[in-house]
Design a protein around this ligand. Structure first.
Ligand SMILES: C[S@@+](CC[C@H](N)C(=O)[O-])C[C@H]1O[C@@H](n2cnc3c(N)ncnc32)[C@H](O)[C@@H]1O
Length: 450
């Protein structure tokens, strides 16, 4: 088996990303990390694994690399791998997994942790040891020896790993001079004779014994993640406190708010250029315009919605964003009915729209008239030839019908299926044709206003 506490001259990052957007996420990683020596970026369902050269002795360049990986826009969770082994026999007992704890590269994990999370004057002022030295008397003994089949574990074979966390069975009294941690296990594939919870509990107990750290599932300092995929075992450090799906940039989130990670993918597909006008014409709480502004500050940003509550939410999110970064409002926010779009013909370079799916918002019947009307209005205000529109909807039937109806003005450049909370939606990138469209020929249905 190939076994390593990770190669001394490279770092491996495991990132989760929206299922379906892996290729876009890989392109982003290759482009954004181009100044580093990227050895490989592998994309598979819902995740990226990046291996990047980084001499262990050079702490500064390692820190810079970790921060650059954290700045990627499409991953939602980032993990640094500090032990991996493949193939690892997972068919019999957990003992061999527990034995991996002392073998892992804790020096690497704790150095990354200190870079990102250590607050010597704040939360960690009482902590006596933030290093990677184990307790001198470490010897892990299981309180109840595990027997294969003990709790009749059910094999889990889901494609998407599901997390499971467990408090190791250890002393309950917390020592305030010690760091706190939690252990989480993600598991996919078959052939495992135990459940994720058992792995988290057993490895967590071993880590607790090894360092004497406190277990705290909520207020933890460190999250140790065991990632098991078929015969592959990786031990990782979680690099995020907060899942980056919303990046904490939305304080007022509507029920249909779009994840910023998916918004990032839509924006990337459009390849906005400096000076272009980018418009989210159905902005809801505003995750697309805030993401677009963050990544394309040299463009001009317009956003609007027909619903007053959506406008209030979007305004609150923009205001919070401005306060956080001490900036003036980067987005022009207007209440409008897209079907009577108030912008001069041929002015918008990039339209982005997260359309009502017709389930939680609107209905499929309303979509049948809203979608062609929206595409018609966008065609009027979009710059012919170079203009683009990127649309997202799970109502794929009405979307493709509307695109066919408006094919004089739009051609499909790319279609991607993306998983959103258990449903598959389509992201479609459209290019504007050269045909000009007069205001008089805009299709005008009853506009959706809730
Ligand atoms: C799926 S939601 C958008 C969610 C948004 N991306 C977010 O992050 O919150 C669709 C939005 O389209 C708006 N909408 C529906 N019909 C519209 C129309 N004719 N003109 C403008 N906005 C419209 C709805 O009010 C709703 O806020």
């Amino acid at each position: 088996p190939s076994m390593s506490s990770t190669a001394a001259d490279s770092l491996t990052f495991w990132c989760t990303c929206p299922p379906g957007l892996e290729d876009l996420a890989r392109d982003e990683a290759l482009e954004s990390l181009a100044s580093f020596d990227v050895r490989s970026v592998e994309a598979s369902r819902g995740r990226l694994v990046c291996n990047i050269a980084a001499p262990l002795a050079d702490g500064d360049s390692q820190n810079q690399l970790i921060r650059s990986v954290l700045n990627l826009r499409m991953p939602a969770n980032h993990f640094l791998v500090f032990y991996e082994c493949c193939p690892f026999d997972l068919s019999e007992s957990l003992d061999r997994l527990i034995d991996l704890v002392p073998q892992a590269n804790w020096q690497l994990a704790m150095s990354a942790w200190r870079t990102l999370f250590y607050e010597p004057d704040g939360r960690h002022s009482e902590i006596q040891n933030v290093g990677h030295e184990p307790l001198p008397d470490y010897k892990f003994t299981r309180s109840k020896p595990y027997q294969a089949g003990d709790s009749q574990p059910k094999l889990q074979s889901s494609e998407d790993p599901s997390p499971n966390d467990q408090a190791p069975s250890g002393p309950k009294v917390k020592d305030p001079s010690k760091l706190s941690f939690r252990c989480t296990c993600y598991r996919a594939g078959s052939g495992h004779s135990f459940q994720s919870m058992e792995v988290a509990a057993a490895v967590g107990a071993a880590v607790q014994d090894y360092f004497g750290w406190n277990v705290d599932l909520k207020n933890y300092d460190i999250e140790v993640v065991i990632w098991i995929e078929g015969p592959l075992v990786r031990i990782c450090l979680s690099l995020n406190r907060l899942c980056m799906d919303f990046r904490g940039q939305l304080v007022d989130v509507g029920s249909t708010a779009l994840r910023s990670t998916i918004a990032a993918g839509m924006i990337r597909l459009c390849q906005p250029r400096s000076g272009e006008i980018i418009c989210d014409c159905m902005c809801g709480s505003g995750s697309i315009p805030l993401e677009a502004w963050t990544t394309h500050q040299n463009a001009y940003h317009l956003a609007g919605d027909c619903h007053p509550v959506a406008i209030d939410k979007c305004a609150a999110n923009i205001a919070n964003w401005c306060q956080r970064w001490d900036q003036r409002s980067p987005v022009e926010l207007i209440r409008w009915n897209l079907c009577q779009f108030p912008v001069r013909p041929g002015t918008v370079d990039v339209f982005l729209a997260d359309l009502p799916f017709g389930k939680r918002l609107g209905s499929r019947r309303e979509n049948a008239s809203l979608y062609p009307a929206a595409l018609s209005a966008m065609a009027k205000s979009c710059v012919p030839v170079t203009g683009r529109a990127c649309l997202l909807s799970a109502d794929r039937k009405n979307l493709s019908r509307a695109i066919k109806l408006m094919s004089e003005y739009w051609t499909i450049a790319r279609t991607i299926g993306v998983g959103i909370g258990g449903i598959t939606a389509s992201i479609v990138l459209l290019n504007r044709t050269a045909t000009t469209k007069s205001a008089a020929s805009v299709v005008a249905p009853g506009a959706k206003s809730d």
